[in-house]
Write a protein that binds this ligand. Structure first.
Ligand code: COA
Length: 261
């Protein structure tokens, strides 16, 4: 896969996407958003890929936000289009990917950068990382899902404060708030994410996809997450992985999942 602003590497069943515009602190311009969409789509369709880690190049930034230079002259309708297209192409797309997506936050995750990290299924951070939604300091609000996903992760009050102050929080505070699951050193960040992935891929990827759908359903308007869980739970019983997992357990063996529906 050849891209201008991102790098995609595959190592066995793990893919790593690195946002690679270090001179602009990996800011998300429209090309980068389109490339990310394309990369996620290719990896979603690649049967050999079981999990994806997203990170930023260099040690300074994960992503320092949407590219301010690109939208500074936009009028209202262009603003609506920017947010809608971005949400559909990237942020909602990542959240609903059937494979686990983990953000490894290696530095500044601001604005669209934090919104991208929040779209991932969960996050780990380097102890040097700084996170925030500074949009109101630019006279705009978060437009890539930040007003919705930040309250889901940290609670309404903390989200209100973070968005209103436009401030940055440390990785330690993000850990306390539940915004990230683990904090480690810069050097250990990718190894930690890979260690978590190695635990994930021992399990049935078919069941993991069903769990992602059920968890996400609880956050969708007009959808009853409990009902989706019941359906997905029932659906699992028809999979080869269910037969393999339960039979292996009863025979005191390790399962050898086929990862097929
Ligand atoms: N969009 C476009 N360009 C950005 C950017 C963004 N979100 N964030 C950083 N850059 C660019 C800078 O303009 C600068 O480019 P230049 O060298 O061509 O002038 C380059 O990246 C380096 O950034 P700089 O501001 O010089 O680094 P710093 O160490 O002084 O500050 C930050 C780092 C992250 C505090 C600062 O870059 C910043 O506040 N960025 C914007 C964050 C933001 O508001 N994001 C939300 C956007 S909606």
């Amino acid at each position: 896969m050849k891209f201008e602003n991102i790098l995609v590497e595959k190592n066995n069943s793990l893919a790593q996407i690195t946002i690679n515009r270090p001179k602009k602190l990996n800011a998300l311009n429209s090309t980068t958003i389109k490339e990310l969409h394309e990369a996620f789509e290719l990896l979603e369709d690649d049967e050999n890929m079981r999990a994806i880690i997203v990170t930023g190049s260099g040690e300074k930034a994960f992503v320092a936000g949407a590219d301010i230079a690109e939208f500074a002259h936009f009028a209202e309708q262009e603003g609506v289009n920017l947010a809608r297209e971005g949400q559909e192409l990237l942020f909602n797309y990542v959240e609903n990917l059937s494979k686990p997506v983990i953000a490894a936050i290696n530095g500044f995750a601001l604005g669209g950068g934090l919104e991208l990290a929040m779209s991932c299924h969960f996050r780990v951070a380097a102890d040097t990382a700084k996170m925030g939604l500074p949009e109101v300091s630019l006279g705009v609000i978060p437009g890539y899902g930040g007003t919705q996903r930040l309250p889901q992760l940290v609670g309404k009050g903390k989200a209100m404060e973070m968005i209103m102050t436009a401030g940055m929080i440390s990785a330690e505070d993000a850990l306390q708030f539940g915004l990230v699951n683990h904090v480690t050193t810069q050097e250990e960040l990718l190894p930690l994410a890979e260690k978590i992935v190695s635990k994930i891929i021992r399990n049935s990827s078919v069941a993991i996809s069903a769990a992602i759908r059920a968890i996400n359903a609880g956050f969708e308007d007009g959808v009853n997450g409990f009902n989706v869980e019941i359906e997905e739970f029932g659906g699992s019983f028809g999979t080869e992985d269910f037969t393999e997992g339960t039979t292996a357990f009863l025979n005191k063996k390790k399962p050898n999942f086929l990862n097929k529906n």
